[in-house]
Design a protein around this ligand. Structure first.
Ligand SMILES: Nc1ccn([C@@H]2O[C@@H]3COP(=O)(O)O[C@H]3[C@H]2O)c(=O)n1
Ligand SMILES: [Zn+2]
Ligand SMILES: [Zn+2]
Length: 250
């Protein structure tokens, strides 16, 4: 089965000319969303994908640019699409905080029987660091990575060949030794803070220290509005663009 990734957005949390970083894993048989930020529903609308065409949503971590559009998708499935549920793929610990700390505020409605995450979604709990088949032809590993200390965060390893960082601090050992040397990963989609100190994201300066054979595999995403000023300054790495489609190698 031929799988593709289409970027719904490639912007940082504060970008105004790019939508929040999120992506669709697509084939003839499925549309699986990676994260659903505040601007993701608009981007889905622009490429003609309706909420009832989404077969599931993978959640990397809880920041509004990654989960701020979930309430809209859930309410539209419930009210516009007559109680259709989509799947939500996430770790058990993330499911707890996603409901209690983020979604419950807008979605808690016990009078109508909606008081848990499971009332809106078919919740599929995934064990971290274990490759798990979530759809025919699609295996995802939630790799625990460091974004903000004490905050749950997962990068994704897709079908054993493609790494999607979501939001993470620079981790040379993970990228070089584990992902490329050991796992022979050919495609890396990595968040990138173009200027200033990283602290919670990998900076361009840090990513430029990677060996060439690793940089060649990296698409940069989650960038600020000044991205155009950095074209030609990203070593062997390339920017991926909003709505661009790339193949996921078999
Ligand atoms: N400790 C933190 C926490 C958050 N932030 C900013 O807020 C954004 C939330 O989404 P993000 O994509 O993780 O990027 C974060 C930083 O811009 C930050 O700069 N430092
Ligand atoms: Zn983010
Ligand atoms: Zn984040």
């Amino acid at each position: 089965m031929s799988l593709k990734i289409q970027m719904l957005g490639t912007g940082s949390a504060f970008a105004k000319t790019f939508y929040n970083t999120s992506a669709l894993i697509r084939s003839n048989e499925m549309n699986i969303l990676i994260d659903c930020g505040a601007t993701t529903p608009r981007s889905l609308h622009e490429i003609g994908v309706q909420p009832d065409q989404i077969d599931g949503i993978i959640i990397s971590h809880i920041h509004a640019d990654h989960v701020g559009g979930i309430e809209e998708i859930a309410f539209r499935l419930l009210y516009q699409y007559k109680n259709k549920k989509t799947k939500l793929f996430l770790t058990e610990s993330l499911a707890g905080v996603l409901w209690e700390n983020t979604l419950k505020g807008g979605m808690y409605n016990p009078a109508d029987g909606f008081s848990r995450l499971e009332d809106y979604f078919e919740v599929i709990l995934i064990e971290e660091n274990v490759p798990t088949s979530i759809q025919p032809g699609l295996t995802i590993e939630f790799i625990s990575t460091l974004h903000i200390p004490h905050k749950l965060n997962y990068s994704l390893f897709i079908n054993g060949r493609t790494f999607y960082s979501a939001d993470t601090q620079f981790n040379e050992e993970l990228l070089v030794q584990e992902i490329v040397n050991k796992r022979n990963c050919h495609t890396i989609l990595h968040d990138c803070q173009l200027s200033g100190n990283g602290f919670i994201h990998a900076t361009l300066e840090e990513l430029l220290t990677l060996p060439d054979y690793v940089q060649e595999r990296i698409y940069l995403m989650h960038y600020d509005d000044d991205m155009m000023n950095f074209v030609g300054k990203t070593g062997s790495m390339t920017f991926i663009h909003q709505h661009e489609v790339i193949e996921i190698p078999e």
